[in-house]
Design a protein around this ligand. Structure first.
Ligand code: NBP
Length: 477
């Protein structure tokens, strides 16, 4: 008997993905650089399905039916290239190599182009949902060729999360499209977590609520439009009491947020594409700020406003924070989808934005009720200029705006940092503005660098001879 698919790299992610495949009736070939992980998987979970363990890459490849399908689940970067180099001489034209790790999409583009020369199908597949998702149903974002998806799609769709009968897996687009979309997914996750953190901080500082009380608020919010995995687990984390100290766990965790890099990649790509993903950028920078212990200690005595927030109506305040959170979240997602659209245009991927919202509804970290709204918005108008102008979103954000402004203004008065809420509001107001001070920026650029400007009343490109009085402008065209 041959295996339908093989997994090489059997650390937490690969092991759970292999078990998930086997539980769905697929025969799974197993390989890991060090044999111990392969043996452990068979010993611990061999009874969950049909596994064919291999002790060498040759044996592994030989155990696969053709066209061969291999999923690589190793540490992203050099290790992925090392495994590809080992696999390529053993594979035949038409075979499919999937990289399920968190690869940078430009690496995926390079690998796909290289393997195409060998007539091998290389699929960079974003897999979200962590180890729990890998085992019980992740959200899967595969890139690569249509031909590769025909061979691979049914297998991946069978193990993906499923919402209302629709698998959380679809062909995203050619070459690096899948890993790009996974990267932006992670960027949105950063923004969402930052906004949740700010909402928590507002309730804590503004109302003096305890973490356990705030957990109750999040639990309540999770019954409405904010319903999402992240809001649900926020209640879990805030409600958790540390066994050692008897204190809320959140109070004994060091307040320095770490990162593995996908948020940074998202912002770097957004800078290249010229897409203002301010929510994601603020989230990445907020984590960076939190980690600058030396500066934070040095700055602790800097003057700030004195006195409390002076909230009188507790329920109204909680409601304001909820609305500000929702509006800011809409902005963060709108920006993320802008980036996917810009990437799709730049790299000619033809990514279907509504389908991305659809496959994020389950399995992944940002799964949320709200994604149905995004899908509906793109179903109604595929070329929506921004989610913010969709009927539903424009109306909810419009309704939330007074609360949003009160929260951001209050935080500024009180001295509480809300970079996510505030930058989202500025972005919203920036898009709404009929005139932006960008006109002055253009004037300044023309003054010091003769960079020219365009005019609202005439076609062409203009430059003012600033040094020559009485010669206000000439046409450069
Ligand atoms: P790790 O990222 O910790 O990688 C460990 C695996 O890589 C082991 O199987 C190890 O083999 C193998 N490996 C290394 Br390291 N160097 C190798 C080399 N030169 N040649 C062959 N194999 C090598 O595993 P993980 O945490 O399971 O993550 C796997 C992938 O999934 C990563 O790309 C990660 O970014 C991604 N990931 C995603 C999520 C998510 O939520 N989607 C969560 C966690 C991870 P060994 O056993 O012989 O050392």
């Amino acid at each position: 008997e041959k295996a339908q698919i093989g997994v090489t790299g059997l650390a937490v992610m690969g092991r759970n993905l292999a078990r998930n495949l086997a539980r769905h009736g697929h025969t799974v070939a197993l390989h890991n650089r060090s044999q111990a992980r392969t043996d452990a998987l068979v010993a611990d979970h061999g009874d969950e399905g049909d596994f064919i363990p291999a002790s060498s890459m040759q044996e592994f490849v030989a155990s696969l039916e053709k066209p061969r399908r291999v999923i690589i689940m190793v540490k992203a970067g050099g290790p992925t290239d090392a495994v590809i180099d080992e696999l390529v001489p053993l594979m035949e034209p038409g075979d499919v190599i999937v990289d399920g790790g968190n690869a940078l999409f430009t690496d995926t583009r390079r690998r796909e182009a290289e393997l195409r020369k060998h007539e091998l199908n290389f699929v960079g597949a974003g897999i979200s949902g962590g180890e729990e998702g890998a085992l019980n149903g992740p959200s899967i974002m595969p890139g690569g060729s249509v031909e590769a998806y025909e061979s691979l799609g049914p297998l991946l769709e069978s193990i993906a999360a499923n919402v209302d009968g629709t698998p959380c897996c679809t062909h995203v687009g050619p070459d690096g499209a899948g890993h790009f979309v996974k990267m932006v997914h992670n960027g949105i996750e950063y923004a969402d977590m930052q906004l949740i953190g700010e909402a928590y901080d507002l309730l804590r500082s503004g109302l003096g609520m305890t973490p356990a009380e705030i957990a109750g608020v999040f639990r309540q919010w999770n019954t409405g439009d904010l319903e999402s995995y992240l809001v649900e687990i926020t209640a879990e984390v805030l409600g958790h009491v540390d066994a050692d100290s008897g204190k809320p766990l959140v109070d004994v965790i060091t307040d320095a947020a770490e990162q593995k890099g996908t948020g940074r990649w998202t912002v770097q790509s957004a800078l290249d594409l010229g897409v203002p993903v301010t929510g994601i950028a603020e989230a990445v920078f907020a984590r960076a700020l939190s980690g600058h212990a030396e500066q934070r200690v040095a700055a602790r005595e800097l003057p700030g406003p004195s006195g409390g927030w002076g909230v009188t109506d507790r329920d109204a305040f909680i409601s304001d924070v909820r609305e500000a959170l929702y509006a800011s979240k809409v902005v963060a997602y709108a920006q993320g989808f802008d980036q996917i659209r810009a990437g799709s245009q730049a790299y000619e991927w033809d990514v279907h934005l509504g389908e991305m919202a659809t496959i994020w509804r389950g399995g992944c970290i940002i799964r949320a009720r709200f994604l149905n709204r995004i899908r509906e918005a793109y179903d109604k108008q595929a070329d929506l200029p921004t989610l913010l102008v969709d009927d539903y979103f424009s109306s909810v954000v419009g309704q939330a705006q007074s609360a949003w402004r009160r929260v951001v203004a209050g935080a500024a008065q009180y001295g509480l940092p809300v970079p996510g809420f505030a930058s989202a509001l500025s972005y919203y107001d920036g898009l709404r503005a009929s005139r932006l001070p960008a006109a002055l920026t253009q004037g300044l650029r023309d003054f010091f660098g003769a960079h020219t400007y365009r005019r609202i009343d005439k076609d062409g490109t203009f430059h003012t001879l600033w040094a020559e009085e009485g010669r206000p402008e000439i046409s450069a065209d």
